[in-house]
Design a protein. Structure first.
Length: 460
């Protein structure tokens, strides 16, 4: 395992901070976006941990939230050390620069292997598990030539195309993104391959706890790591409904270049890649197509320096807890059709901060909605962020949280949606089309937060 980098972009977390970060991300209902929102508001992971019980109660939760203990965090750190791995925080020098820019980047990554692989520009290569001989051969060609051109090849350690890409780039450097813990690689037949990767010029990464067995729902999370680490994604053989197309969709949302290898219309393994080409993906018939397209991006300083320091200053208490009548007003306004949070604010007449706080107690809302005979709901939030005041742990996160969109989905259709929010980074250095202008007049939630910004205050 490489030693932590010195002199690179970012600031190394202290051991105390690392333990607090690990406790916070391992606590109930705290995902990457909620983690970032809590630290940006409270100033540190320790302050956020102390505030979680009160925050959960004020949001209407009926049961105490489970907070990871220091002993649990120490045990996981010790497990990582025994395994020859360590945890890298977002903003630290060894955290992949491109990954930290994405929607909901993991606050902590467990890594094992050559950290230098994460510092080079990367290209993702994914495709069918049931790959054809020709498909696996072409994936290996692309991986080998991209590696020789200075790119790290990132993939998901799956059978077929992923395996071919990893093996072809063992000498030049490859990153394997895992769906389970670092000590639980999948599939079992690639145990030897992951050892070659981590023991040579490659790197294994995971955001999941040690000992975590991968489940079906964990693979899309793994796919977002692949799409986030890479500047471009090459899809070789993908069926119409496949995880490779999920990775391609995420890459497009992150502003990455998406490439697809054309195939026979009679081969079901090529229906997805041919569809990507119809939708505007760049065609790849030789490795040079990928290398030439990525060359301008690899030569630019695309990603600004980001620090891992927690914001200075005392944490701010959450004021004006909403009452039961406010919660019921929101419940009565909701239905199974997706709505924007600004419409909820206009319809209910509640302050944006109160609506946001109520939504943090979505478990309470789902229970109340079920008791009232309404469909149960899961929530997805996305936040537009003012980029004028970057604060330590989040790449482009200011200390004003602007609740921009609220989406409601029937829990019968999407039962695995986490009850807490997922953020949306709205300005990606790879594409200006992702930027989102905020209008105080058009969006009440933006007006409330902008008012706090102009006054020099924080708004939760």
């Amino acid at each position: 395992m490489d030693a932590p980098s010195a002199g690179s972009k970012g600031t190394v977390l202290s051991e105390r901070q690392r333990i607090a970060w690990l406790r916070l991300i391992r606590s109930d209902n705290v995902g990457p976006a909620t983690f970032r929102d809590l630290i940006n508001h409270f100033g540190s992971a320790e302050a956020a941990l102390a505030a979680l019980p009160e925050l959960s109660a004020r949001g209407g939760a009926t049961r105490a939230i489970r907070i990871a203990s220091e002993a649990e965090a120490h045990r996981e750190l010790e497990a990582a050390h025994r395994f020859g791995a360590r945890f890298v925080g977002i903003g630290e020098p060894d955290y992949p620069q491109a990954l930290k820019q994405i929607d909901g980047a993991p606050p902590l990554l467990a890594v094992k292997g050559a950290l230098a692989a994460a510092k080079r520009p990367a290209v993702g290569i994914v495709g069918s598990r049931n790959a054809s001989i020709a498909g696996a051969k072409f994936a290996a060609m692309v991986a080998r030539d991209c590696g020789r051109a200075g790119y790290t090849v990132v993939s998901g350690l799956a059978r077929g195309i992923d395996t071919a890409a990893h093996r072809a780039s063992l000498e030049t450097g490859t990153i394997a993104a895992l769906a389970g813990g670092l000590d639980k690689p999948y599939p079992p037949e690639n145990l030897g391959l992951i050892e070659e990767i981590a023991g040579g010029n490659g790197l294994a990464v995971s955001e999941m706890p040690f000992g975590w067995e991968p489940r079906a729902r964990d693979f899309p999370r793994r796919n977002r790591l692949i799409a986030g680490i890479a500047l471009g994604l090459v899809v070789v053989e993908a069926a119409t409904r496949s995880g490779s197309l999920i990775t391609a969709r995420l890459a497009g949302e992150f502003g990455r270049l998406v490439f697809a290898v054309p195939g026979s219309p009679l081969d079901p393994r090529c229906h997805g890649t041919n569809g990507l080409l119809k939708d505007g993906a760049s065609i790849v018939t030789e490795p040079a197509d990928v290398i030439e397209a990525l060359a301008p991006l690899a030569q630019l300083e695309l990603f600004p320096s980001s620090r891992a320091e927690e914001p200075a200053g005392e944490s701010k208490p959450i004021t004006m807890p909403p009452g039961d009548s406010d919660r019921m007003r929101i419940i009565d306004a909701l239905g199974p059709t997706p709505v924007e949070i600004d419409d909820v604010i206009r319809h209910t007449g509640l302050p944006a901060s109160a609506v946001y706080l109520i939504l943090l107690g979505t478990r309470h809302i789902r229970q109340a909605a079920s008791a009232s005979g309404r469909p149960r709901f899961a929530f997805r939030l996305s936040f537009a962020r003012d980029k004028r005041a970057a604060s330590g742990v989040a790449v482009a996160a200011c200390r004003i949280q602007q609740a921009r969109h609220l989406k409601l989905y029937s829990a019968h259709n999407l039962p695995s949606i986490a009850p807490f929010a997922r953020s949306k980074i709205v300005a990606n250095p790879l594409t200006a089309a992702n930027s989102l202008s905020m209008s105080e007049g058009q969006y009440p939630s933006c007006a409330a937060c902008c008012a706090g910004f102009h006054a020099g205050a924080e708004s939760f």
